[in-house]
Design a protein around this ligand. Structure first.
Ligand code: NAD
Length: 312
């Protein structure tokens, strides 16, 4: 199977490296020129659980894809949500009618964008608990363990999704085939929809947020908005279970962690994925006639902060 990883940041590098190490045919596509140049010169360089490793794979810019004839059986997307449309507009030639696209991004509603580029029955959705971080162009830190949960978006994609599970198993990515991945996507979005924007706006880490007296009420209200909208899409979230799941992070090992939106916005002045997290809930809420004032406000505040810091 020819695998193309689209978006070779932290997570794209992790998946590319692990799939390549397991002997798969992996090609890389990335839109950050400095990153492409570094990978072309030195491969993906990773601190892989304390061991320094490097792996060379073919790497292209979107313009090179548009001008060439690279094709893929499976495209594994690891862009930020807000980069999807621009990138897919440029790399349409990568996707022929037989190409499957796997999306493991944080947030909800990516299928609404991807459906414009790939048929529903060639779309696979999921979540991952693996983590990764970039330390510079071509350089990543890949620490700890993780898992992948995935499912074909349309019933006829199941055989291919099961093949992906096998390939990921061989690469040590700990995949599971899910019978209800949409539930897991919404449940994980509740974690991002609370911790990410609140820590980014309040300028604090997860443990510090948890020590504030409004935190329980904020979490309950935001999660209730997610659950009300999810219910309209046939997903029944157990709000108390989800609350306990999120609140457990306040005292867990990751309590001193600054969520990715904090890092993107406050440290690197990059645009955030808010439109696919709280923004998606606010948009869908409007569509279904459900009030989502907290999600709408948080989305606007994050956009305001993006502008204040000159995020790109
Ligand atoms: P990333 O920011 O590391 O990379 C995404 C894209 O942005 C890549 O194309 C990368 O080259 C580009 N990029 C990164 N830094 C840049 C810079 N300074 N200038 C220009 N371009 C730059 O994103 P990621 O952390 O790999 O996340 C990808 C998706 O996976 C997101 O939806 C994220 O929410 C999700 N996710 C991330 C993690 C994690 O631990 N990083 C865990 C689970 C899910």
């Amino acid at each position: 199977m020819k695998i193309t990883v689209l978006g070779v940041g932290g997570m794209g590098s992790r998946f590319a490296l692990m799939l390549h190490q397991a002997g798969n045919d992996v090609t890389l596509v990335d839109g950050w020129q400095a990153n492409v140049d570094a990978i072309r010169a030195n491969g993906i360089q990773a601190n892989f659980n304390g061991k320094q490793v490097a792996a060379k794979m073919p790497v292209y810019t979107p313009a090179e894809i548009a001008a060439g004839d690279v094709q893929a059986d499976l495209v594994v997307v690891f862009l930020k949500s807000n980069q999807l449309t621009t990138m897919f507009d440029q790399v349409q030639s990568l996707i022929d009618p037989n190409t499957y696209v796997l999306c493991l991004l944080n947030g909800i509603g990516h299928e609404d964008v991807l459906e414009k580029y790939v048929a529903k029955d060639h779309l696979i959705l999921g979540i991952t608990m693996w983590t990764a971080g970039m330390t510079g162009p071509g350089q990543v830190e890949l620490l700890g363990d993780g898992e992948v949960e995935l499912q074909n978006f349309a019933p006829s994609g199941k055989d291919f999704a099961l093949q992906v599970v096998d390939i990921f198993k061989g690469a040590g990515l700990n995949p599971h085939y899910s019978e209800n991945v949409k539930y897991s996507i919404w449940r994980k979005a509740c974690v991002n929809g609370t911790l990410n924007c609140l820590c980014a706006l309040l300028d604090c880490n997860i443990g510090e947020l948890g020590k504030t007296t409004p935190a329980p009420d904020l979490l309950h209200t935001i999660i209730a908005e997610f659950a009300a909208v999810a219910a309209k899409e046939g997903i029944k979230l157990d709000t108390e279970e989800v609350y306990q799941h999120v609140a457990a992070t306040f005292t867990a090992d990751i309590a001193d962690h600054y969520p990715s939106m904090y890092q993107d916005l406050n440290q690197h002045h990059r645009l955030t994925e808010i439109e696919f997290i709280n923004g998606a809930v606010a948009r869908k809420g409007k569509q279904y006639g459900i009030a989502t004032p907290y999600c709408a406000l948080l989305t606007q505040m994050v956009h305001a902060k993006e502008q204040l810091v000159g995020a790109k």
